[in-house]
Design a protein around this ligand. Structure first.
Ligand code: IPE
Ligand code: IPE
Ligand code: MG
Length: 266
């Protein structure tokens, strides 16, 4: 890194404490933010509480981050709520997560709808408990014509399952002569994912300190900027200030997509 860049970077970090919504809005915004909301269990354990208490507090944060995203003018927010691997957890914990989801949707749907927010799910929701499935369908149907922030809730979501599902669907079309093998390109694969039609995430945030993607949006994050919190920041403690900092960090990065930036650009 040259001297000038080093100075610039230092300034960036100094400014982090006073990052405001206006500052973020005055710069190019990420169109699509995705979040791995991790650390609910450890947050609760640290306080001597049952893990479900962490999930409950985590739900409150969802509310806050959706609101801030809408205020900023972000177009897509994708939230990892339950993975295909999370079924490995104790039955009681899974039950608590599903009930919290139902409770959240029942409580928040009206306000989300009033704020023109569109709820969409990605993942295999058909195999969720029936009550959760019905509540989700209701939220999707109620908000389907909304034109504001689109919130994609990843539920029973796995990146590998998503790719396998797309391969099956494409293969079925080839077998039925609806597609030729030569029609298969990156866009076609993209359009057969759960996220078909949604731009790839610009920014992926993970709280909780672990630096991994845990089967989230594997195809879509090829050129996504990654932001990992430090190990002490669990999702239930994540607030708008942290969120603005992550976006500000993103706004100070140079995305090259494998190319080079001409001198004077940026
Ligand atoms: C994320 O928090 C929420 C879900 C996976 C549903 P965790 O429950 O994974 O919390 P930690 O990572 O065990 O602390
Ligand atoms: C990722 O967190 C899934 C969600 C946040 C829903 P996990 O807690 O399941 O991921 P690992 O087990 O740490 O990789
Ligand atoms: Mg976890």
């Amino acid at each position: 890194m040259n001297f000038l860049n080093r100075i610039r970077q230092r300034k960036t970090f100094k400014e982090h404490n006073k990052v405001t919504m206006d500052l973020i809005r005055s710069r190019p915004l990420p169109r699509h933010v995705s979040i791995i909301m991790d650390g609910n269990g450890r947050w609760a354990e640290r306080k001597g509480l049952p893990r479900a208490a962490g999930h409950r507090q985590g739900v409150e944060k969802i509310r806050e981050i959706i609101k801030a995203s809408a205020e900023l003018g972000i177009q897509y927010l994708t939230l990892y709520a339950f993975s295909t691997e999370n079924w490995k957890r104790p039955k009681e914990e899974i039950k608590a997560i599903m009930s919290l989801l139902v409770e959240y949707l029942r409580r928040e749907l009206d306000e989300l709808h009033r704020n023109n927010i569109k709820i969409v799910t990605i993942g295999n929701i058909a195999s969720l408990p029936e009550i959760a499935y019905e509540e989700i369908q209701k939220s999707i149907n109620t908000t389907s014509a909304n034109t504001g922030l689109q919130v994609n809730v990843a539920l029973n979501y796995g990146g590998r399952l998503e790719i396998v599902t797309a391969i099956r669907e494409i293969s079925r079309k080839v077998a039925n002569n609806e597609l030729n093998i030569s029609d298969i390109d990156e866009d076609l694969v993209s359009n057969h994912l759960y996220t078909g039609g949604i731009p790839d995430p610009d920014l992926l945030i993970r709280t909780g300190g672990d630096k991994r993607v845990s089967n989230f949006l594997l195809y879509q994050i090829a050129y996504t900027e990654l932001w990992f919190s430090d190990a002490t920041l669990y999702w239930p403690d994540f607030n708008v200030k942290h969120y603005l900092n992550a976006i500000y960090d993103f706004q100070n990065r140079q995305r090259r997509y494998g190319g080079v930036i001409e001198k004077g650009e940026n």
